[in-house]
Design a protein around this ligand. Structure first.
Ligand SMILES: O=C(O)CCC(=O)C(=O)O
Length: 278
């Protein structure tokens, strides 16, 4: 029996952050946005700023058993590990973010297994709906291709940056769900799920933090572990002592072999179907 998260590819955790948590996140977002912008992390409709393993937001979630339990309950995680984090904002009066998915290794057989290899947890700092940049998602598109798959550009390429506003990747789709949330709610996505955002039609910036996790690290193939373990958000060897002191070291992945990059392919096949038995 598939769980609702496995079937739809997403779920919402209401009130994931309480008032104290929201303050930690708001301070961290302000700090990240004061730093010089990172090249290549802004695109029309979305600006990203990276967060590392020792950022207060990351420490807040990884040091909290109730937060981790909620994530595990929704996703069925058996060996949750944190991989990366980003502040993700939508500027006032900014366009839709085009339909895309975040999975980066479509040439690997793990892409076609039922379980999510990686998940995104989007924590919202503002009440968010279709007027100020809420997510729109295509339920089930992590497991079966949809007609739009064949029309989508490489998610981080120059073609995507230059999409005309009337391109199908910028528009509402039949069957989509708009995920309206309250400040403090979290949306959890299978990395393969097609998603984008509505435009932000308001005069106020919309703020969120995206944390990525592997739900079941020990079950990942070695080559995927070798690639993820080299993520710059994770502690390097020179940070070993601070990592050990962090109190949440068990939530940061460990890999016995040498880090090794895999070829990145962010383009899902035009047609695919994930079978329950794979
Ligand atoms: O900020 C958002 O609402 C969406 C960001 C997003 O889709 C992404 O970073 O992949």
């Amino acid at each position: 029996m598939r769980t609702p998260f496995e079937k739809a590819g997403y779920g919402i955790i209401p009130s994931f952050l309480d008032a104290g948590g929201l303050r930690v996140f708001a301070d961290d977002v302000a700090q990240a946005l004061r730093a010089p912008a990172h090249a290549g992390m802004s695109r029309p409709g979305n600006d990203l700023a990276p967060l590392r393993w020792d950022a207060p937001t990351v420490a807040h979630i990884l040091g909290s058993a109730p937060h981790l339990a909620k994530l595990a309950a929704l996703t069925g995680a058996r060996d949750l590990k944190w991989i990366s984090g980003y502040v993700t904002t939508k500027a006032p009066r900014s366009p839709a973010l085009w339909w895309h998915q975040d999975w980066w290794c479509w040439d690997h057989p793990i892409s076609f297994r039922p379980a999510a290899a990686q998940i995104a947890v989007l924590c919202y700092l503002d009440d968010t709906d279709a007027r100020n940049g809420a997510l729109r998602v295509l339920p089930g598109s992590h497991r079966e291709s949809a007609a739009i798959h064949r029309d989508l550009p490489e998610p981080h390429g120059a073609l995507a940056d230059a999409l005309p506003h009337d391109h199908v990747a910028m528009s509402d789709l039949p069957g989509q769900a708009t995920l309206a949330v309250r400040a403090g709610d979290a949306v959890v996505l299978d990395y393969r799920l097609l998603h984008g955002t509505h435009p932000n039609r308001t005069a106020v910036r919309r703020d969120a933090v995206l944390l990525s996790f592997v739900p079941s690290w020990r079950e990942l193939p070695e080559d995927i572990k070798a690639h993820l373990t080299a993520h710059p958000a994770l502690p390097g060897t020179e940070e070993e002592a601070r990592r050990a002191d962090a109190g949440y070291a068990a939530l940061l992945p460990r890999f016995a072999g040498a880090p090794r990059s895999l070829p990145v392919n962010r383009v899902a096949p035009a047609e695919f179907l994930v079978h329950d038995s794979t």
